[in-house]
Ligand binder design. Structure first.
Ligand code: B12
Length: 228
């Protein structure tokens, strides 16, 4: 898989705009074949999986949400688009180089806070970390607070990656960070998603929204725990 493609550093916004527009159109129509071809085209153009996640699939899904909010798409069409987008993430995974050695000691728990069903951003972050060799335990949407505490105790991760996208999840996120810290004061916490408030950093969690940077940032945090 192309980790640092030739075109990666170019200011490619114009190219992204076209890819986003076309991907949005295919997702809205439920045209999974075209969606797949667009992702393959982006890969062939030298974009990395995380760049495609962050700059093409994410924005296309945002437009799906806008179209749903404006009544242009129904709930069923939104669900169909979401399912296709998750399949695109799986396609990207199949192009990813599988690390020869997993970093067994670097266990990362990836989960959405209680009540949070939106997990595409978290899935992207988990995939990117997994491809970089982290041992990712992906726990998915809506993990109850108690179960989160139990998972931190039982799996003893070095890091926990959280997502919170709904405004209502902001308070729950603070409780989740408190629960994790109570079980393991030293574990590294990163949190992404639209509902993560800047104030979360005061609780000792690291705000991070760009999946293209998640490996680099987490590696730095694990190397230098005082950054936590
Ligand atoms: C798909 C979708 C759903 C699906 C989710 C399915 C799933 N398995 O994920 C379903 C149908 C379940 C759903 C439900 C609801 N949804 Co909805 N949904 C969406 C939609 C269209 C796309 C979300 C998405 O996947 N985006 C793509 C991802 C990749 O983007 P992202 O989450 O922002 O993640 C990026 C970054 O934030 C970052 N990131 C995120 N998490 C993490 C974590 C880490 C560790 C890192 C490093 C990075 C990171 O990485 C990503 C890449 O850039 C959005 C529209 C939108 N604007 O996003 C609405 C949207 C989020 N939903 C909305 C609403 C209102 C709801 C419901 C309340 C609807 C209802 N009445 O039931 C429920 C609430 C469910 C709940 N309790 O969580 C609103 C939220 C408005 C608001 N801010 O209050 C939106 C914005 C739609 C809209 N325009 O109104 N939804």
């Amino acid at each position: 898989m192309n980790g640092g493609g030739r075109h990666e550093d170019l200011p490619a916004e114009a190219g992204y705009v076209d890819l986003i527009r076309r991907l949005y159109g295919s997702l809205a129509r439920g045209d999974s074949s075209t969606a797949d071809l667009i992702v393959r085209e982006a890969l062939a153009n030298g974009l990395s999986a995380s760049r495609i996640d962050n700059s093409i699939i994410g924005p296309a899904m945002e437009r799906i949400g806008d179209a749903w909010g404006e009544g242009e798409l129904g709930v069923a069409e939104e669900h169909r688009a979401t399912e296709i987008a998750f399949r695109l993430l799986a396609t990207l995974r199949s192009y990813e180089r599988i690390p020869e050695l997993k970093r067994q000691e670097d266990v990362v728990l990836a989960t959405a806070v209680e009540g949070e069903q939106h997990v595409m951003g978290l899935r992207m972050a988990a995939d990117v970390l997994d491809a970089a060799g982290f041992s990712v335990y992906y726990l998915g949407p809506d993990l109850p607070l108690d179960a989160l505490g139990a998972a931190v105790r039982d799996f003893q991760p070095r890091a926990v990656a959280l997502t919170a996208t709904m405004p209502s999840a902001a308070t729950v996120l603070q409780e989740a960070v408190g629960m994790i810290r109570a079980v393991d004061p030293g574990v590294t916490i990163v949190a992404g998603g639209a509902a993560v408030p800047p104030s979360i950093e005061r609780l000792g969690a690291n705000r991070l929204d760009d999946v293209t940077l998640v490996v680099e940032r987490l590696d730095a945090l694990l190397r230098r725990p005082e950054l936590n």
